[in-house]
Design a protein around this ligand. Structure first.
Ligand code: DC
Length: 227
């Protein structure tokens, strides 16, 4: 079973996908974390977010994931970067880097490989991102498109930054999210959009428990149909 959850930053995808995967005893694949790891690779190489930057960086860059219990660890080469990819610095450049065609080709290939391997091993995978239901797994039997009010999304993202010890204001986070939404929605390749067969789920007034229940119920309903 492949379950895709797409939507803009702060809509609640990651926490929901992670916890729904744990409840279902599936594996969680955070595709945004993989783009963040590539972005960190660009920052380390001091490469610009351009096609020529990608051509210089990608041949010597590998991004992979490993699972320890329920937790997904991200690797840039041999280096575990799960925490470092959450910095505001990575947040500022990742959207630009994720517009580059060679980056997306590499990511989609890796995500399909990991998704199929983990689904075979564990019975299912829950992916979250921007294009997991439109490009990575367009035939996924359960697709959810999560949305939430911009202020609520900025508040959630601010809490994450504060937990990571970053000093940013609500206004800065809101502006960053707005800009990222715009960029993710209007880029030429794999823009953020709802797959025609995805269910829209507005999480503005939902608790995390309600969000997880929603996903788990959809998966169980689909399983009951024998797919
Ligand atoms: O979900 P996130 O904020 O960690 O994602 C970081 C960036 O990666 C986001 O700006 C868009 C990009 N991304 C993408 O283009 N496609 C995906 N499937 C996941 C993330």
């Amino acid at each position: 079973m492949i379950v895709t959850i797409d939507g803009p930053a702060g809509s609640g995808k990651s926490t929901t996908a992670q916890r729904a995967a744990a409840r279902l005893e599936y594996v969680y694949l955070d595709t945004g974390a993989m783009y963040r790891a590539v972005a960190l690779g660009f920052l380390r190489a001091e490469a610009p977010a351009t096609r020529s930057g990608a051509e210089a960086v990608l041949p010597s860059l590998t991004v992979d994931v490993e699972y320890r219990g329920d937790t997904m660890q991200v690797f840039l080469g041999d280096d575990a970067v799960t925490d470092r990819i959450r910095s505001a610095e990575v947040g500022r450049v990742v959207s630009d880097i994720s517009t580059l065609a060679p980056v997306r080709e590499y990511m989609v290939e890796q995500q399909r490989r990991i998704g199929h391997a983990q689904a075979d091993r564990h019975g299912g995978v829950v992916l979250d991102g921007r294009d997991t239901g439109t490009v990575v797994f367009p035939k996924a039997p359960v697709k959810i498109f999560m949305v939430a009010d911009i202020d609520e999304r900025a508040r959630r993202r601010l809490q994450e930054y504060e937990a990571a010890g970053e000093e940013v204001t609500f206004e800065e986070v809101r502006a960053e999210i707005e800009q990222r939404d715009q960029q993710d929605r209007t880029r030429d390749i794999a823009p953020l959009r709802r797959a025609d067969d995805a269910i829209v789920f507005d999480t503005t007034d939902c608790t995390i428990a309600e969000q997880v229940d929603f996903v788990v119920d959809r998966v169980k309903a689909q399983d009951g149909r024998g797919t």
